[in-house]
Design a protein around this ligand. Structure first.
Ligand code: NAP
Length: 251
């Protein structure tokens, strides 16, 4: 399916590894000019070698001032993917202030900050835009040791809805809105974030068994859903969460 994204300009956070990196690769292949934001310069260097038109930006999105300074002059953005996140598993009774603050500043506060910068630019330029927040099934169901992570994703559901509600009315001509949605995957085992769960095959076997489709999500499934929500193929969808969960939330 032709998504009609060519010629547009995107910003993807957490672009160095995993889902963010694959999203950049797919957007680059679709003719999109991509600003790739991540924390590790080596990842960005190798990404630019693969995708030469990508503009790399190295910043710690957990640092408000550095983010403001680095992304302040990023230029026009039509499509935003808020993907950067950390998972710092700790039992509820042992959660530290450091892990709590770090998780909320990277997973949620940076979404506020970057989205606001980008949306202000869209409104100023009077252009339509699409913002996709990468959430998780843990916005709705949880597992042991992810009290903080799943709280950030739960809050992201309401942030997505509120952004859709407030940015939707910035309609500047027929058919031009700022839309905001989330993609909520189940486990994607091929990424660095999933590595800790691989050390517990019995947990994974049981969880997989609870998925009606008896499988987890593949990277490609998540990226395809992101591309769909970025594109005009989802023109009437805003404020929604697209589950990529192999049916997990049916039960
Ligand atoms: P990943 O492989 O760990 O990649 C995350 C990327 O974000 C890395 O490039 C990382 O850079 C970057 N990042 C993290 N903190 C950052 C910061 N403070 N500033 C800038 N960049 C930062 O993770 P993933 O599995 O692809 O996850 C991507 C998204 O999908 C996340 O929102 C995650 O919550 C969600 N998700 C993942 C799964 C899963 O099973 N993998 C399931 C559901 C939802 P560094 O490595 O340099 O820190």
């Amino acid at each position: 399916m032709e998504l009609g994204l060519s010629g547009r300009r995107a910003l993807v956070t957490g672009a160095g590894k995993g889902i963010g990196r694959s999203t950049v690769q797919a957007l680059h292949a679709a003719g999109v000019e991509v600003v790739a934001v991540s924390r590790t310069q080596d990842d960005l260097d190798s990404l630019v070698r693969e995708c030469p038109r990508v503009k790399p930006v190295c910043v710690d999105l957990g640092d408000w001032e550095a983010t403001e300074q680095t992304l302040g002059g990023v230029g026009p953005v039509d499509l935003l993917v808020n993907n950067a996140a950390v998972a710092l598993p700790q039992p509820f009774l042992e959660v530290t202030k450091e892990a709590f603050d770090r998780s909320f500043s990277v997973n949620l506060r940076s979404v506020f900050q970057v989205s606001r910068m980008v949306a202000l630019g869209m409104i100023e330029r009077r252009v339509p835009g699409s913002i996709v927040n990468i959430s998780s099934i843990t916005a709705y169901v949880t597992f042991p040791n992810v009290a903080v992570y799943s709280s950030t994703k739960g809050a992201m559901t309401m942030l997505t809805k509120t952004m859709a509600l407030e940015l939707g009315p910035h309609k500047v001509k027929m058919g031009c809105w700022i839309r905001v949605n989330s993609v909520n995957p189940t486990f994607v085992l091929s990424t660095a974030m999933s590595k800790p769960s691989l050390s517990n095959p019995e947990f994974l076997r049981k969880i997989k068994e609870r998925h009606p489709m008896k499988r987890f999500a593949e990277m490609e499934d998540v990226v395809n859903s992101i591309l769909f929500l970025l594109s005009d193929r989802s023109a009437s969808t805003s404020g929604s969460s697209l589950l990529v969960d192999a049916g997990y939330l049916t039960s």
